[in-house]
Design a protein around this ligand. Structure first.
Ligand code: ADP
Ligand code: MG
Length: 645
């Protein structure tokens, strides 16, 4: 075949040059595949004709107006794989990669239009059956050329390779040691978008590289449908990393990180397809949708990149994994070559026109090629200076922040503090706080249970003492003029019930004012209600504890003891009653207000004191009861010490 790249407007020669100034357009080469035997059998006509080496004529069937599309190079179905390799300009990209540039070759077009064929030749016929050399694609030819070039460079060059596919929006490592699993796509300022944990394999020979290629090709997803017997169902990216190890070079921080240097990436895109035309169903249809979606995202990015105001506009590279990984090639620092593939068949005309328009637009997209700057290659002084500069800036910013916070404290400061705290820190704080509250709650509960048990025990003791008291009171009386019903009756004592007799005669036994009904002088006296009420009279609850000597009282404990026992049922009730039991109140809002002894502790000590006094009085009463009657022992005779009726 005659060489398409003629000296007049020689695309091959122009592509051999280096990056064209600060902005370099994406170079687009068009390849028209030959009519397939199936298409010829169906009698389909070709609607595409090459006019010269750069222009493609489209003649729609039915006599519509012809259309012309111009590219850097156009190759028709008569071109061989070797022609393609020579004309497309991939060698220029290889040279740039050796000089440290980031270069990309990608094929684009409808499914079955010859993308995979152009890059890697026809599908392998068996596991270990290599592609015949004459049919080998751009990739195999570039590998051979690059290794040959490296051998003749005379400087040590390290070559590595990675191979991945994007299948249903998941990145899978085609060179992984085990079963390929989805890998995340990350971004950082130095590297741009990259695939984390991607296996990067060093190779030293063409055979080793070919093995990697075949491994990846055999693992890549492909299926059969009406338009292609071996249709790729994923986008595949094989990247060659070229680096020049120098004595100063520091090994990469991340073991999975590719070495700093140039790279050459081959992208075999899965083809856009009309699901109706390919007859895809089920999984095939899902794959087709995913492919079409990512290609749509790619087209959208290219359209936006054409916008002259694009520096101000946002390019949605994050819309798909494909656009993320091609971000550098499309709008960044890379040098890019696009091989658009079309089918000449009239049946495929709508898709062909779409590809031609897409490719025409893409060649107006420019990039700013830059040799990658290696931070590791920087001299130590420069790194140190940068570090100092950053430290100073950091200090300055901190100072400014402090000033702002002092000027605008309150809500603003609180908001900033809130924003500064990350969620994880807050979560930890809450967890600690909750743990502390839980512990406090446990202590309170156990304290409450203890207090309840103690109160119950005390109440039992009170009842016991009361029982003893009553039995003591029921001892036989001797020589008593007025027998108090408390000594003969059951638990209800004569003087425990109101009204009292207003003469205030005391019971000779228990030494309390007699009830009106039991007073021998009741005829001349008025009954007195127990409470409320005379001035100075205190209600039962307001009265001091019976065993507490009132100030100025001349009564001895023994004098008071019996009368005070009149309140024992009340006291017992109080002790058993719920209101006296130290309870667990609602949790305090501020735990710092909690006494060291748990709530209810003071109640317990009160009760204990009371019980001690109570027990003391009981034993006194018992002694008294056993000594009765002893009129001389502090017992007043009726009328003594009392106002007469
Ligand atoms: P795509 O990758 O675009 O879906 P393929 O590369 O798989 O398409 O090609 C589909 C079929 O067409 C394959 O059988 C392939 O061998 C054949 N084919 C494509 N381009 C050419 C070409 N230039 N010469 C001969 N056969 C081709
Ligand atoms: Mg393919």
């Amino acid at each position: 075949m005659e060489e398409r790249g003629s000296p007049d407007g020689d695309p091959a020669r122009s592509l051999e040059q280096g990056p064209e100034g600060p902005e370099t357009p994406i170079q687009v080469v068009l390849r028209v595949r030959p009519m397939s035997t199936t298409e010829l059998r169906r009698g389909e006509q070709s609607v595409l004709h090459c006019s010269g080496t750069r222009t493609l004529q489209v003649s729609p069937p039915g006599g519509g107006p012809d259309m012309a599309f111009r590219f850097r190079a156009v190759l028709d179905g008569t071109c061989t794989q070797e022609d393609m390799f020579r004309v497309c300009g991939v060698k220029r990209l290889g040279e740039l990669a050796l000089r440290g540039f980031s270069c990309t070759v990608f094929t684009f077009g409808q499914t079955g239009s010859g993308k995979t064929y152009t890059l890697t030749g026809p599908p392998p016929q068996g596991e270990r059956v290599p592609v015949p050399p004459s049919l080998a694609g751009i990739m195999q030819r570039t590998f051979a050329w690059l290794l040959d070039r490296v051998q003749h460079l005379g400087v040590p060059v390290t070559l590595r390779a990675s191979y991945l596919e994007i299948y249903n929006e998941q990145v899978r490592d085609l060179l992984s040691l085990g079963t390929p699993r989805p890998l995340p796509v990350r971004w950082n300022k130095a590297r741009g978008f990259y695939v984390e944990q991607l296996r990067v394999v060093e190779f030293g020979s063409l055979e080793a590289l070919m093995q990697l290629l075949h491994l990846g090709l055999s693992r890549r997803r492909s299926s059969s449908h009406t338009l292609n017997q071996a249709s790729s169902r994923s986008h595949a990216l094989l990247t060659l990393y070229v680096s020049h190890p120098t004595p100063q070079q520091v090994p990469p921080v991340d073991p999975g990180e590719p070495p700093v240097g140039g790279r050459l990436c081959f992208v075999d895109l899965a083809g856009s397809e009309k699901v109706a035309a390919t007859g895809s169903r089920g999984q095939l249809m899902l794959e087709a949708n995913s492919i079409n979606r990512s290609l749509l995202a790619l087209g959208h990015c290219i359209s936006l990149l054409l916008d002259p105001q694009r520096k101000q506009s946002h390019i949605p590279f994050r819309d798909s994994k494909l656009t993320k990984l091609l971000a550098d090639s499309l709008g960044g620092r890379g040098v890019t070559l696009m091989v658009a593939c079309v089918s000449p068949s009239a049946q495929c005309l709508p898709e062909t026109l779409s590809t031609l328009r897409y490719a025409s637009r893409a060649q107006r997209v420019t990039t700013r090629p830059q040799g990658p700057k290696s931070p590791a290659a920087k001299p130590p002084q420069q790194v140190e200076a940068e570090l100092l500069q950053l430290q100073e800036e950091n200090q300055h910013l901190r100072f400014q922040l402090d000033q702002m916070q002092t000027k605008a404290p309150g809500i603003h400061g609180a908001r900033e503090a809130w924003a500064q705290r990350n969620l994880y820190g807050m979560l930890q704080e809450f967890m600690l706080e909750n743990e502390r509250l839980r512990k406090e709650m446990r202590q309170l509960r156990s304290g409450r249970d203890l207090a309840r048990a103690e109160v119950h025990f005390l109440a039992q003791q009170v009842h016991e003492l009361e029982r003893h008291l009553h039995s003591a009171c029921s001892l036989p009386q001797q020589g008593s003029a007025h027998v108090c019903p408390c000594s003969t009756g059951p638990a209800a004592s004569c003087h425990a019930l109101p009204p009292l007799c207003s003469c205030y005669h005391l019971c000779p036994l228990c030494r309390v004012p007699l009830a009106h009904w039991s007073c021998p002088w009741r005829e001349c006296c008025e009954p007195q209600a127990l409470e409320p009420k005379a001035p100075g009279h205190k209600s039962l609850s307001a009265r001091p504890a019976p065993w507490v000597p009132s100030p100025g009282s001349s009564k001895t404990p023994r004098e008071r003891c019996h009368s005070d026992w009149t309140q024992t049922p009340v006291l017992a009730e109080m002790l058993i009653g719920e209101e006296v039991v130290p309870s667990a109140p609602p949790l305090p809002t501020r735990s710092s207000n909690m006494p060291s002894m748990l709530r209810g502790g003071s109640g317990i000590s009160n009760l204990t004191q009371r019980l001690e006094a109570f027990s003391h009085q009981t034993s006194s009463s018992l002694n008294l009861g056993q000594k009765q009657p002893q009129p001389t022992e502090g017992m007043q005779s009726p009328g003594q010490g009392l106002s007469p009726c």
